[in-house]
Design a protein around this ligand. Structure first.
Ligand code: GDP
Length: 372
């Protein structure tokens, strides 16, 4: 039952990603396998079922929730005879659509080429099929070698370009001097931009889609005469493509070099605990997990739970826990200051601001110890 819930949540998220990319989802298919099929990821019966459905309903694309290997992608396209996207491809597509600055565009382009390179044979097979196949092997192979070389050149060019910008950004960060730097981190769509706007009275783009924020924004915030810098970073997500983790290095540098992390969580989301884990996982990967952190549980205006009757013997789930009860769970043992807010209605803002002020002040004092 729990597994089934989890599966539907993953599919909800994938559907939301597809929606963000501009697609509408017609139907979901799921399959339980102890291990994905090495050749086609799903079983052949399932592939056949999808193929028939796709044909009957004139579906344009089939999207998989995992990253498919180059050969799985190729085999599936052959079997289902429709365009296949995997999770990585979908996420890259969204990033590409939303990249605003030339830096973000360069990062996405690099990630896309890195994804494409091992999958080039697939394009070549298509080419071969279009041209009639047999006899085209020679020119086809030359073409793909040329394509590979062009892409490799492009990749090293993009890497150079990013290196230059990275240096500029590092200098910029250094020039910010000794001002305390806080970074908003959190799963995508939890309300980081909204909170940024509320704290800095600025106008950062916020919308109910995944990854509205691609580029980092840095704003000066003042709480009780104490100024500090606040950075809004790209939203983290489960199974963030490794190509992206690598190429968004500089974006993540903002997190790595921050003095204080403000971890925003959408408590109204059923899987908020999973989201926290995903974020912590990425923080660990970039070696930023030991920084001072404040946990901000957002969207309490949207939080609801089903109180269970005392004689109800069905097992409790996350849906039966009140905010107060949550504070008595693992949250009670958390070593981080914790606050429950709504970035929308600004409920509990004074409490949150006090908490941020205290943490920033601690760091400030450690930097400018004064004798009295
Ligand atoms: P980000 O991806 O983490 O930067 O999230 P955004 O700031 O873009 O917000 C994502 C969505 O959540 C937007 O539709 C916001 O209006 C909404 N949102 C943000 N904070 C709150 C809140 O406290 N309560 C409710 N109900 N919605 C919120």
């Amino acid at each position: 039952h729990q597994d089934e819930d989890k599966l539907q949540e993953y599919m909800d998220e994938l559907e939301f990603l597809a929606f963000t990319a501009g697609a509408t989802v017609d139907r979901r298919f799921t399959q339980k396998l102890t291990q994905p099929d090495s050749k086609t990821f799903i079983g052949s019966g399932k592939a056949q079922e999808i193929k028939e459905y796709v044909k009957e309903n004139e579906i344009g694309t089939v999207i998989f929730d995992d990253e498919l290997s180059p050969s799985q992608l190729k085999n599936l396209e052959k079997e289902i005879e429709v365009k296949i996207l995997d999770r990585t491809n979908l996420i890259l597509d969204i990033f590409a659509q939303r990249a605003q600055t030339s830096y973000a565009r360069t990062q996405v382009e690099l990630a896309q080429y890195q994804y494409l390179l091992p999958r080039l044979t697939r394009m070549w097979t298509h080419l071969e099929r279009q041209k009639g196949g047999i006899g085209m092997r020679g020119p086809g192979e030359t073409e793909i070698e040329t394509d590979r070389r062009i892409i490799r050149d492009r990749i090293s060019l993009l890497k150079d370009k990013l290196k230059t910008i990275d240096k500029q950004m590092a200098t910029q960060r250094n020039n910010r001097g000794k001002v305390v730097r806080a970074a908003l981190v959190g799963y995508t769509n939890v309300g980081k931009s909204t909170l940024m706007n509320a704290l800095s009275k600025s106008d950062v783009f916020a919308e109910n889609k995944l990854f509205a924020t691609l580029d980092t924004t840095v704003r000066k915030v003042v709480i009780g005469n104490l100024p500090f810098l606040l950075t809004d970073t790209v939203g983290f997500i489960r199974k963030l493509p490794t190509q992206l983790v690598e190429s968004f290095k500089s974006t993540l540098d903002e997190v790595r070099e921050a003095d204080l992390l403000i971890h925003v969580v959408d408590i109204s989301h059923e899987s908020f605990e999973d989201h926290i884990d995903s974020v912590n996982q990425i923080l660990m990967e970039i070696n930023a997990h030991q920084k001072p952190m404040i946990m901000v549980f957002n969207k309490i205006d949207d939080f609801s739970y089903e109180k269970k009757d005392e004689d109800d013997l069905t097992p409790s789930t996350n849906k039966n826990i009140s905010l107060e009860e949550w504070t008595k769970t693992w949250m009670a043992k958390s070593k981080y200051p914790t606050v429950f807010i709504s970035a929308l209605t600004k409920e509990n803002f004074p409490e949150m601001k006090k908490m941020i002020y205290d943490e920033v002040m601690k760091i400030h004092i450690s930097r400018f110890p004064y004798n009295d």
